[in-house]
Each structure stands twice: as C-alpha cells, then as structure tokens.
Design a protein around this ligand. Structure first.
Ligand SMILES: Nc1ncnc2c1ncn2[C@@H]1O[C@H](COP(=O)(O)OP(=O)(O)OP(=O)(O)O)[C@@H](O)[C@H]1O
Length: 229
C-alpha cells in the first residue's frame, strides 16, 4: 500500500497538501487543471522537492526523508530521459549501475528489458538515431531494470501521436500487471486514464479533490464532469 499523508509543500504564494492511499499493483491516473499541483506531487514523491510536512510510505517503508536514489521508485518524464552520448544499451544499463560496470548476468537483464519493450535490435544506437517513441521505450526499459515497486509517469507519452500513445500505455499496463508494479501517472487526457488506469485522482488547488474508480469516467457526476470536459 502506498500511503501519502498530508504530504505538503509551500511555494511563496501557495500551499499544497496531499493525502491518499493506493492499493499495491494498482494503476492510478492523476488528472486536474493546469497549475493544480500534479507535477509538484510527483516531485515530492520522488525526492526532487523536500516536503514541508507530512509523510509517505510504501509497504510500511517510510521514505519521506530518504534521498531520491534510495526510494522504492522509478520515474519517467515527458522527455530528456536519455543521455545523448550513450548507446541505448548503456542508457538502460544506467538503471542498474551508474558506473556501467555490469556483470554478464546484469547485461542479460538489460537485453531482457529491451526485449520487453520490443527494442532488442536497437541497443547499439544513440538516442539521436531513435524515434520519439523508441526513446521513451528505452527510458521505460531503464525503469524496468531498476525493478522498483513504484513507477511514476509524468505525461510520458504525450509527445507521441494518439495511436502510438495508446500502444505504449497498453504495453506499460501489461508490464505493470506482469511485475506487480504500482503506477501513478500524470496525464491531461481522460482517454489515457481509461486506457491504463484502475482509478483516478483528481488534483485541484494543491489537494486531492476526488479519488474515484475509473468506471466513473464513463458515467461522471457533475463535479467530475468539470474536470474531464
Ligand atoms: N518553482 C516554483 N515557484 C513558485 N511557484 C511554483 C513553482 N513551481 C510550481 N509553482 C506553482 O505551484 C502550483 C502547482 O504547479 P504544478 O507544476 O505542480 O502544477 P501542474 O498541475 O503540474 O500543472 P500543469 O498541468 O500545467 O503541468 C502552480 O500554481 C504553480 O504556479
């Protein structure tokens, strides 16, 4: 269980505070208006921002004060996930060892992760020789080799065309269910939420406004309608 309890942050003019629980292995979409606090929430969870209060725990591990690299999670951003001077293989391998000093078994894990995202024959290429979708799949493979129970996705496929975006989300869903990964994904598209998620957190004005089952998007209340139309 991911337990987020009054996890807070203060910018000069604004105060944000988040409280919610997520079931292990669930996939949660985060929707809400621009400036609502979605990216701030992910930054607090991954350790990019220090919270001013509250706490966050995953399966009884309280990681509120842990440095980013010791947290039980991986994060995939919209772009700038890869190092341009490193091959796809090395970009994935960074998820295992930042010094790229891999054992034969660890090299196998890199191959396997590339296979999982369908790019095992692209491993020699530099990021500049890959399409946008292929780059994101390599970045996803790096998340997979890290083998962390939580995966945070910050609009990871929004630069891709709608059909590729849908394919990628379906692929992530299959892998997440296979590995039992708990996912939290920021998106601006309710249809992306429907493709991948079991439940939705609506964030508004720096807090959780609603936490609902994905089925509510097909039959929304008047309050939910204000967020999705
Ligand atoms: N570095 C900062 N300094 C001051 N205020 C900030 C800073 N970063 C974000 N904010 C403010 O905090 C609020 C939440 O921002 P955040 O980026 O988390 O929103 P968001 O929901 O991710 O928005 P979007 O959908 O547009 O990406 C906004 O009002 C924003 O102006």
């Amino acid at each position: 269980m991911l337990k987020v309890n009054a996890l807070s942050y203060h910018y000069q003019a604004e105060s944000l505070s988040f409280t919610f629980d997520l079931e292990p292995g669930s996939i949660t979409a985060i929707l809400g208006p621009s400036g609502a606090g979605k990216s701030t929430l992910l930054s607090l969870l991954c350790g990019l921002l220090p919270p001013s209060g509250g706490n966050v725990a995953f399966n009884d591990l309280n990681f509120t004060q842990l440095p980013a690299h010791e947290r039980p999670l991986s994060i995939l951003f919209q772009e700038h996930n890869l190092f341009g001077h490193l091959s796809a293989f090395d970009n994935i391998a960074l998820g295992i060892d930042p010094r790229l000093n891999l054992s034969p078994e660890q090299k196998q894990h890199v191959q396997q992760a590339a296979c999982n995202v369908g790019l095992e024959s692209y491993l020699e290429r530099l990021p500049g020789q890959l399409s946008g979708g292929q780059k994101q799949r390599i970045a996803l493979a790096r998340c997979l080799v890290r083998n962390r129970p939580l995966l945070l996705l910050d609009e990871p496929f929004s630069a891709l065309d709608p059909s590729l975006r849908r394919d990628m989300l379906e692929q992530v869903k299959v892998l997440a269910k296979q590995f039992g990964t708990t996912i939290l994904m920021v998106t601006h598209h309710p249809e992306d939420a429907k493709t991948i998620a079991d439940n939705v957190l609506f964030i508004d004005q720096g807090t959780v406004a609603y936490h609902v089952d994905i089925a509510e998007l097909d039959n929304p209340t008047d309050q939910i309608k204000t967020y999705i139309y």
